[in-house]
Design a protein around this ligand. Structure first.
Ligand code: PEP
Ligand code: MN
Length: 258
């Protein structure tokens, strides 16, 4: 057992403007080491990277699984960072629990109520924060109910994450989803829970990420979840929406000054 106080970590998010950053997916030990080092130098404390990837097509890169998570954990530990990573099922939850500091429940899992209950039960013992992403087809009330499934099992440390929704915009918009920025205001109001905004999946395009991130902070988001890569053209997933560390630095500076 490690001695991390997860209630203290959760408090940082309640205070606000926490930036979680890292690549969409772990690709190799070298890649996560390199990125963890660059991001920690920018002052990042929470390192995101996926090992279990919920890809729309089963024929694309699915992530490196448990072995990949070990690489993420090593890179984070070596650089003094906390791990934020997605878990998609109960077996992964059991096997990988100790390697993750903030359990991410993805947009596609938001309505998996049995899984939400298991996540709630597993995290109740140490209060490990759960970052619950809004289903891209879910209403705000459905997101709130999903958070209650977790909280009812005994863990109140929930981070709600807005990550874009599918609307009529997608018929001809170049963005991957419609950034649900205004919901930051309403969700904070209705729940009192920390609200995190994900400008990367919201827009799907690195050219929009900096401005969306700043807008979210301006609206009072408690934090951001941002995909960063230093070689986005070589990324195995979501390279198009990954910003460079230099751009992240602009967002971090803005977060300190707002
Ligand atoms: C992610 O954060 O890497 C991810 C897959 O996000 P979402 O569940 O919002 O699609
Ligand atoms: Mn991604």
């Amino acid at each position: 057992m490690n001695a991390i106080n997860y209630n203290e970590i959760y408090k940082e998010f309640q205070l606000g403007k926490v930036v979680i950053a890292g690549p969409c997916a772990v690709e190799s030990q070298e890649q996560v080491n390199r990125l963890a080092q660059k991001l920690s130098k920018l002052g990042i404390k929470f390192f995101r990277a996926g090992a279990f990837k919920p890809r729309t097509s089963p024929r694309t890169f699915q992530g490196m699984g448990t072995d990949g998570l070990k690489l993420i954990k090593k890179a984070a530990t070596d650089n003094g960072l906390f791990v934020v990573s997605e878990i998609m099922d109960s077996i992964e939850l059991e096997n990988c629990y100790d390697m993750i500091d903030i359990i991410q429940v993805g947009s596609r899992s938001m309505a998996a109520y049995g899984f939400l209950k298991r996540v709630g039960k597993a995290t109740a013992k140490d209060g490990k924060p759960v970052l619950l992403k809004r289903g891209f087809n879910a209403t705000l009330q459905e997101l709130i109910y999903a958070s209650e499934y977790i909280m009812n099992e005994g863990n109140q440390n929930i981070l709600l994450c807005l990550r874009g929704i599918r609307t009529f915009e997608q018929i001809d918009s170049e963005m991957r989803f419609t950034p649900d920025l205004a919901s930051i205001l309403e969700l904070k109001d209705k729940t009192g829970l920390p609200v995190i905004f994900d400008p990367s999946h919201s827009s799907g395009d690195s050219k929009y990420v900096e401005q969306l991130a700043k807008a979210a902070l301006f609206l009072g988001a408690n934090g951001l979840l941002v995909e960063v890569h230093d070689e986005p053209e070589k990324a195995l997933s979501d390279g198009k929406q990954a910003i460079l560390p230099d751009v992240l630095n602009e967002i971090i500076k803005f977060s300190h000054n707002i």
